[in-house]
Design a protein around this ligand. Sequence first.
Ligand code: SF4
Length: 380
Amino acid sequence: MKYIDEFRDGAVARQIGVRIAAEVQPQRRYHFMEFCGGHTHAISRYGISDLLPDAVKMIHGPGCPVCVLPIGRVDLAIRLALDHKVILATYGDCLRVPASSGLSLLKAKARGGDVRMIYSAADALGLARRNPQREVVFFAIGFETTTPPTALAIKQAAAEDLANFSVVCNHVLTPAAITNILESPEVRKLGTVPLDGFIGPAHVSTVIGSQPYEFFAEEYRKPVVIAGFEPLDVMQAILMLVRQVNDGRAEVENEFTRAVTRAGNLKAQQLVSEVFELRRSFEWRGLGEVPYSALALRGEFAAFDAERKFALETKHVADNKACECGAILRGVKHPRDCKIFGTVCTPENPVGSCMVSSEGACAAHYSYGRYEEDPIKTAA
Ligand code: SF4
């Protein structure tokens, strides 16, 4: 298939691997974080780590929207379904995220909650149109990629005066999370997570463009290469990062030129800023409270804000003590460091959120059986 097969050519991937091995400098170690779960999935699925020399280690980042959803937000969705008796509409991956008291949205559905799996924000809007006698709440998650469709659904609901539709907004922002990682004690003070550069997200960058990453390159002296999700995209991005490190450069480079521009999608950005504003703070699983890292509905759209409509309050709930998701999302630990990985915790019975979505680090490692050396413990 055009635009896919040519980016999955194993022989070319091996050639790039050879080039990377030829260009890494002796005695030097290269630690790169792939921010996005889509890249984590590609690295595991295509065995990319096996093609890299020992000097290059990939560290998983927090860019999996289901993984970073804190338990308190899932509890809130469950309360809406079970106590407020709404039709709770959300994406499939959200349904199995473990919540408090052994519950998940799927288990809440088994207890009688009206929880519906949808494929898009427009599906949720359709549910509200077809069920005018019921309250329909869209539990919206995702980074900048899925935010514009949510904004569009809210604007459409306002235009149609659809009073039974509202949204729990969990949309989060990539640049705020990267800043949080770079400012974390593990990176800045302790040095337990050595970071020499980032692979920047693909889909997110089609919306926000490459420009927002320039700050990290300039301020923190960290190279960023935005890459597509195919294996050759990732290999090429790693080669570009190795070259930047060797040259002492810290720039934003764009490997994914077939979809990403510097400015991004201005129409989508305008739409999002019409409907949403920044939250002062938002809890991320693994990162804790991160200032100005998420969006909330603007006052003009308050009628469609489920948190206001149902007077909902998010409570902090600690993760399962055995679960290492928080440390994995910060790049401090590896899925194999979790004592219950692949035994008690499996994709069929996820204990933590990283085992739920295919973009989660634990699910990716479980599905593709990759057991490469731990990049953190082997850091030079
Ligand atoms: S294996 Fe399961 S319990 Fe362990 S860190 Fe991953 S998601 Fe959490």
